[in-house]
Design a binder for this molecule. Structure first.
Ligand SMILES: [Zn+2]
Ligand SMILES: [Zn+2]
Length: 325
């Protein structure tokens, strides 16, 4: 993690949880070494007039520029992709490496992904997830899989249980809370049937589950890997990039701080794995707020307003909406 980010977060008093939060929050700048240190990304996090915090350009950004890359705090393949993508980075596996038969085997695309997964996967492997996965499959649920992985990361000591507290939560309905009780009971009993000690699971309460799920529901990104080469995508300034079906879901810190606009000036693309790449769609001036579009921008005014209100709890006042487009 670069000092730049540590400082930006500290300024905003966002460092509620200790080192674990900050170290799991990485951008391309964090790969820098003492000798070849790239300049920090051209952005800063600050307060907006009406939408809480947001991300701003700290210097001019040219159309098509890759602004920064972000790695997720937690990610998980969708159940339908579990045997065709890397269990860690969601990269498509070559067909020879796919494991079709045994439902309990998963694959990694590289030794590096296997190493990075080792801690949470060692915990996960101790338990039998067939009931939990079957429940998610029957109910069509994707987010409990992210909670499950996060719980394994916490038990393994990889992240702190409050790592997502920095993100905005959704206000849960009572209907959702009763469904959630079933999920948390199933998650707990799955861990209890393994040999994981009770004290390691002490964080796993209904309250923790509800808080985590409420943040995942608003902040998770659906990962659709783009079709095309890296160079094509970075040189394109087009808003829409052809994408295949979703391969999974992931939660990030920085990408979640971008506010919405129905006519966005930046977008997020996933090229070959779960790393989010934030790209400028047009020339951006210093000080301008960077905004992404949370929904399908091709929808009409009414449809956009409905989805944004029901899914994210706000009415959009962007310039496009103000002109009723
Ligand atoms: Zn991988
Ligand atoms: Zn709008």
């Amino acid at each position: 993690m670069s000092r730049f980010w540590a400082l930006q977060l500290r300024k905003l008093h966002l460092h509620r949880s200790p080192v674990a939060t900050l170290s799991s929050f990485s951008t391309s700048a964090s790969h820098s070494t003492a000798t070849t240190r790239p300049s920090p990304p051209p952005i800063r996090v600050g307060l907006t007039e009406h939408a809480g915090r947001g991300v701003f350009a700290s210097r001019p950004i040219a159309a098509g520029q890759l602004i920064h890359t972000a790695q997720p705090i937690v990610s998980h393949p969708s159940l339908s992709s579990i045997h065709t993508v890397c269990y860690f980075c969601l990269r498509k596996l070559p067909s020879s490496a796919r494991s079709f038969q045994a439902s309990q085997t998963v694959s990694f695309c590289s030794e590096q992904c296997e190493q990075q997964s080792k801690k949470f996967y060692d915990v996960e492997k101790k338990a039998d997830w067939s009931r939990f996965n079957e429940y998610c499959r029957l109910q069509g649920l994707k987010y409990p899989l992210l909670v499950k992985r996060l719980a394994c990361q916490v038990i393994s000591g990889n992240v702190s249980s409050d790592v997502l507290d920095i993100l905005q939560p959704e206000i849960s309905s009572s209907d959702r809370i009763s469904k959630m009780k079933k999920e948390v009971a199933l998650l707990k009993s799955t861990f209890e049937d393994s040999d994981i000690g009770n004290e390691q699971m002490a964080f796993l309460t209904e309250e923790w589950y509800a808080g985590v799920l409420a943040r995942i529901r608003i902040n998770a990104f659906r990962i659709e890997l783009a079709v095309g080469s890296y160079e094509d995508l970075l040189s394109l300034a087009a808003a829409s990039v052809e994408a295949e079906a979703a391969v999974g879901n992931a939660v990030y810190v920085l990408p979640s701080l971008y506010n919405h606009d129905c006519d966005p000036n930046v977008n997020i693309v996933w090229i070959d794995n779960v790393d989010a790449k934030i790209k400028a769609l047009r020339d951006i001036e210093e000080g301008e707020e960077l905004r992404i579009c949370y929904i399908d921008a091709s929808m009409d005014y009414k449809a956009r307003q409905t989805i944004l209100y029901e899914g994210f709890g706000f009415r959009c006042n962007c310039q496009r909406c103000m002109s009723n487009d």
